[in-house]
Design a protein around this ligand. Structure first.
Ligand code: ATP
Ligand code: MG
Length: 250
């Protein structure tokens, strides 16, 4: 579903990604771990072309991200084509950025109506189902300020799912939450995994990575240091950098 080959990304003279190679299979739960500044968020942003890579190749569902290849040459996609491809990728961030002036229900209905031109009735029916799926059927009429952080984050997940994405990207979705709210959000993500959603999850929740993850990649300073089954990477790391990182977070 996602394939990275020698992906490089720099900001000015600062090299953030220094040749990332990895592959995420359909239905896989792929966990990305690593210290602050290692390039995890940058990599996620490259996947939906919020950042342009400087070298290498990045594919989503067999399609080059952001470009079209003709012979040896790459041509940048038009903004409208990038936007079209982005529809298929759901993204959930650390900070729940719901629209504050809209109810939970309206937040979830918004993109399908505005972007896909869906009717209100259809969008509403799906939004209600999604609210139920994330355990918030009774909060449809609440505004974000009337929801806990964990509830807001679950609405954010429902909102991403409303576009029926083929890939979900999570960037530390629970790290801004009070500890007692983390479990409900992870449970929703676990359910998504069980339903076969392809997910890339940047997380410090090693329990989630171990129990739900199909593979774990440890990134440091813009390179993949170690990757494999969570059982191996998390319980029997081979590299000193992985060992040192895990000793701090476990
Ligand atoms: P964290 O765990 O703290 O979220 P991360 O692994 O997600 O870290 P990134 O946010 O990808 O790390 O950042 C990697 C590096 O790129 C950092 O050194 C950061 O300062 C730099 N960086 C990120 N975005 C930009 C930008 N827009 N302009 C310049 N430098 C940036
Ligand atoms: Mg980050």
């Amino acid at each position: 579903m996602v394939k990275a080959q020698g992906v490089h990304k720099s900001y000015g003279a600062v090299q953030v990604l220094k040749g990332i190679d990895l592959e995420v299979a359909p239905r896989e739960v792929f966990c990305l771990i690593g210290p602050s500044g290692s390039g995890k968020s940058t990599f996620l942003r490259c996947i939906n072309h919020l950042e342009k890579i400087n070298a290498g190749r990045l594919y989503v569902d067999g399609q080059l991200v952001g470009y079209r290849q003709k012979g040896d040459k790459l041509y940048e996609l038009k903004d409208s084509e990038v936007a079209q491809n982005r529809r298929d990728i759901g993204m959930v961030f650390q900070r729940f950025n719901l629209f504050p002036h809209m109810t939970a229900l309206a937040n979830i209905m918004e993109a399908p109506i505005q972007v896909k031109g869906e009717t209100k009735a259809v969008a509403r029916e799906r939004a209600l189902k999604l609210l139920d799926r994330v355990g918030l059927a009774d909060k449809a009429g609440n505004y974000p300020a009337q929801l806990s952080g964990g509830q807001q984050q679950r609405v954010a997940i429902a909102r991403a799912l409303a576009m029926e994405p083929k890939l979900m990207l999570f960037d530390e979705p629970t790290s801004a939450l009070d500890p007692e709210l983390v479990g409900d959000v992870l449970d929703v993500m676990r359910g998504l995994a069980e339903d076969g959603m392809t997910m890339i999850v940047v997380t410090h929740e090693m329990g989630f990575a171990r129990e739900v993850g199909d593979s774990v990649v440890f990134m440091d300073q813009g390179v993949v240091v170690e990757s494999g089954h969570p059982r191996d990477v998390l319980t029997n790391p081979q590299h000193d950098r992985t060992k040192s990182f895990l000793s701090k977070v476990l």
